[in-house]
Design a protein around this ligand. Sequence first.
Ligand SMILES: *[C@@H]1O[C@H](CO)[C@@H](O)[C@H](O)[C@H]1NC(C)=O
Ligand SMILES: *[C@@H]1O[C@H](CO)[C@@H](O)[C@H](O)[C@H]1NC(C)=O
Ligand SMILES: *[C@@H]1O[C@H](CO)[C@@H](O)[C@H](O)[C@H]1NC(C)=O
Ligand SMILES: *[C@@H]1O[C@H](CO)[C@@H](O)[C@H](O)[C@H]1NC(C)=O
Ligand SMILES: *[C@@H]1O[C@H](CO)[C@@H](O)[C@H](O)[C@H]1NC(C)=O
Length: 686
Amino acid sequence: MLTMVVKSTPNSLPFGAISLLMGGLIYLPLTLYDQNCKSSIMACSVWPALLILSAIVMLLISPKITAQQPTYIYHECTNTSTFTPNSAFSINLNATLSSLLSNATLTNGFYNTSSGALQGPDAANGLFLCRGDISLSLCQACVKASSENMTTLCPNQKEAIIWYDECMLRYSNRSIFAVMEEWPTVPLSNIDDASNPSQFNKALSDLMGSLVYKAPDSSKFFAAEDVNFTTSNRLYGLVQCTPDIVSLDCRKCLVNSVSEIPSCCDGKLGARIYKPSCNIRFESYPFYTEASQPPLSPPPPRGNRKISSVTVITITVPAAFVFIIILSASCYCLLKRKKYEVANEGNGGNEFLVVESLQLDLHSIIAATSNFSEGNKIGEGGFGDVYKGTLHDGQMVAIKRLSESSRQGLKEFRNEVAVVAKLQHRNLVRLLGFCADEEEKILVYEFVPNKSLDYFLFDREKQGQLDWLMRCKIIRGIARGLLYLHEDSRLRIIHRDLKASNVLLDEDMNPKIADFGMARVCGVNQSQGNTSRIVGTYGYMSPEYALLGDFSIKSDVYSYGVLILEIISGKRNSSFYQSDYAEGILSYAWRLWTDGRPLELTDQGLGKSFHQNEATRYIHVGLLCVQEDPADRPMIGTVLHMLTNFSVLLPIPKRPAFCVRSRTVSSSKAMSSSVNEVSITALYPR
Ligand SMILES: *[C@@H]1O[C@H](CO)[C@@H](O)[C@H](O)[C@H]1NC(C)=O
Ligand SMILES: *[C@@H]1O[C@H](CO)[C@@H](O)[C@H](O)[C@H]1NC(C)=O
Ligand SMILES: *[C@@H]1O[C@H](CO)[C@@H](O)[C@H](O)[C@H]1NC(C)=O
Ligand SMILES: *[C@@H]1O[C@H](CO)[C@@H](O)[C@H](O)[C@H]1NC(C)=O
Ligand SMILES: *[C@@H]1O[C@H](CO)[C@@H](O)[C@H](O)[C@H]1NC(C)=O
């Protein structure tokens, strides 16, 4: 294995001229804009000042700017066989390279193509992969430079690979598509050492641990993020696989790359490891374009060697535009709202407007569901029946008609709906609106196409569609949704009925939690942690909730733990009770755990296609969540951290609570609501 030092050679242009030009261009339309909005000259006159300020800031942050140019890093000619000019392979190779180039802007940063008879010795198979964060034009420039340089760097070679900062291009007469390849491996390291290696390595392993999870889950097999390393320093990381391989192979390639860091680049402030199927990189400065975060929050270190010139332009220019768009939008909104508030004076203010905007007309709901016809019914449960419907604008929705028993005052109902509708997260089913009068109370939700988790998980045939990575994604997604309910939203919402049938799956099999906030909307006492009306489902309820009616975020964590074990085993907790040996999934899992063979819990259908360490860790975390004493169970934020960071040490689980047996179901207090598995949000026909 070879290790070398990365160098880069930026060339520069004066930056000030471009800033001024941009400032001028922006100022012009603004002047026009201001004339139209006479009512608020104040708000808009702040504009020029802000612009000048932002230009100055940009000037300070970016010492140099360059045109977009790809940077060559390394190449490898495998020297296995050569071809002669004008041979069949030579012609095929030219065709392949030009096809790659002509497709570079059409595809999403990856393309593979072949010329010549596919399996023949003269076939030229080629592919390129552009870094996930760069523009298509830069991608094309990089593919162009790669294919041009390739032929001079590896003349007459039947196989070669070249890496640029922005892309990788390879070709061979072998078949190289859809196979994971780790050779040749090229590690490159920075010369600078981290000043505090142990702290640095901790941050690095957190960062990489998270990235090797994220990339195989993403559509482009790409992930980039940063972590705090000290209070003033951040660490930036990027990982990517070629998207032609399967995600399990992607993960494997990335994990192997990360495990090579200590041998090539221990304690270095930055490094890259390139393999044909994947690559990883970390630096102490931002070297990629961030999609969501405000770029360049910490100024990058000055000096040519470190800051990539391409980064400067790809970050600052879009940043300036985004900044401007946001500002003009907020200015516009400000004006709009001023007028609106004046018009609505005396009508009760903002909360009122929110409620109004959520209110739907009963007639349109009757029309959408063909008057709540049986054919449109997709589920039923303790709170009422659920119907599928199409609103007049064509939007598919799920409509929940609350049953008689869940009555509360109209005013409270409206207010609670407004509160629940504000809870928005990608792992929560969104509440879109409601309809209420003295007779009917109806909730309208976004329609989630792929039915619920139990539909897949507990069905012998459909189970196969949930591979290991998908299950991991679902487990983590549910934790994220729950974390939002427990800690991140303005209110703390305890779900109280988390179970497989309350987890819906969207078209990409992302989990979305349904039925949160029902206790609020239906007026079940939410203020104290004790209730006489228990809304949970048998098998998922913590003992203190099932027996005493004590609920807390820790009872949700318990339900989540049961869910983890169900997802890993592919078995319904309650199915254990129906079988001959009356043992719940918890005691079964616990027995395997204490016997030192936890992996026997995993779904047989998964075969060997899962990571043993990962599976053991998930089971471990599941067992921590179902411990008998609520105080022993971790908070959901901790759970998520344990699931995504392999470096976190896990405590030893204590014996779980086994007491929720069939006996408790018949006890008078426990069951007044959705005791059966058919719940309100089982959004699919049965
Ligand atoms: C291929 O040959 C070139 C020139 O002889 C050499 O520099 C290079 O290391 C060789 N590559 C491999 C993978 O052996
Ligand atoms: C890629 O380029 C070739 C021509 O070079 C063209 O025939 C093919 O349709 C392109 N592929 C896509 C996906 O556009
Ligand atoms: C790209 O590779 C896939 C296999 O992953 C293959 O099915 C497809 O035909 C290839 N595309 C081209 C244009 O050769
Ligand atoms: C690639 O070309 C070499 C030399 O012509 C030949 O020996 C080898 O079999 C070819 N490989 C494939 C997979 O056709
Ligand atoms: C990272 O550090 C910054 C600045 O010290 C701080 O504002 C931020 O909250 C920290 N983020 C994390 C995830 O610790």
